[in-house]
Every structure is written in C-alpha cells, then in structure tokens.
Ligand binder design. Structure first.
Ligand code: HEC
Length: 95
C-alpha cells in the first residue's frame, strides 16, 4: 500500500517536471498561414517602437529563440504572441 503511494507520487512528480512549460518558446509551434499572418502583424506593430523593424534574416531559427526571449518582454507580448512572432520570423528568415 505505502509502496504504491510512493510510486504514484514519484510518477506525478515526473509528469510535472517533464510537462511542457507554457511560457518558454523553444521552437516552432504554429504553422497555419493564419497564425503566421497574425505573427507578422504583431511583429510589425510591436517591434519597431524602440528601433527599426529588424530584418528577420538577421538570425537563424536558434538565434531568434534567444533574441526574441529578450525582446518579447520589452514589447510586452503575451506568450502566444511571442510564439506567433517566432513562428513568423523563422518562416521568412531563410536565405
Ligand atoms: C521597449 C523597447 C524595445 C522593444 C519594444 C523591442 N526592442 Fe529589440 N531592442 C531594444 C534595445 C534597447 C536593443 C539593443 C540592446 C540589446 O540588444 O538588448 C534591441 C535590440 C534588438 C535586436 C538586435 C540584437 C540582437 O540580438 O540581434 C533585435 C534583432 C531586436 N531588438 C528585435 C526585436 C523584436 C523582434 C522585437 C519585437 C518582439 C523588439 N526587438 C522589440 C529594445 C526594444
């Protein structure tokens, strides 16, 4: 009996620690053209307030994870907007 409780606890701890983190953008998620268009709009409206709109080709997919994680809070993006902008950027950054 005790053993099964411990096992259940262990299992739930495992599930929690390995579950998806809601906030961090770690890769592409949305690919529908609707979401990409929305990402483009958010990008064009939010990312030119402090500097000129950056060139999406400035960073590769990995580079944008880092830069956007610094810039999304500055632009006060929600997690969803952050993700949409990321997906938009990596859909147009290919040379
Ligand atoms: C509140 C002001 C502000 C907003 C809004 C903002 N940025 Fe920035 N951004 C900065 C500042 C300040 C720097 C230069 C210092 C630095 O690199 O942290 C910068 C630098 C950058 C750079 C060059 C540095 C690098 O790592 O390549 C890129 C690219 C960039 N921003 C992209 C974005 C994007 C994309 C958005 C929209 C999500 C955005 N920024 C919104 C203030 C802002």
């Amino acid at each position: 009996m005790k053993k099964s409780i411990a096992l259940a606890l262990l299992a739930s701890a495992f599930i929690i620690s390995c579950g998806p983190k809601s906030s961090a953008v770690t890769g592409p998620k949305f690919t529908s053209s609707e979401h990409l268009a929305q990402g483009k709009t958010v990008f064009e409206n939010s990312c030119n307030r402090c500097h000129k709109l950056p060139d999406p080709a400035k960073h590769d997919d990995k580079g944008w994870i880092k830069t956007l994680s610094r810039m999304a809070p500055k632009a006060k993006l929600t997690d969803e907007q952050h993700q949409m902008v990321y997906d938009y950027l990596i859909s147009v950054n290919k040379k």
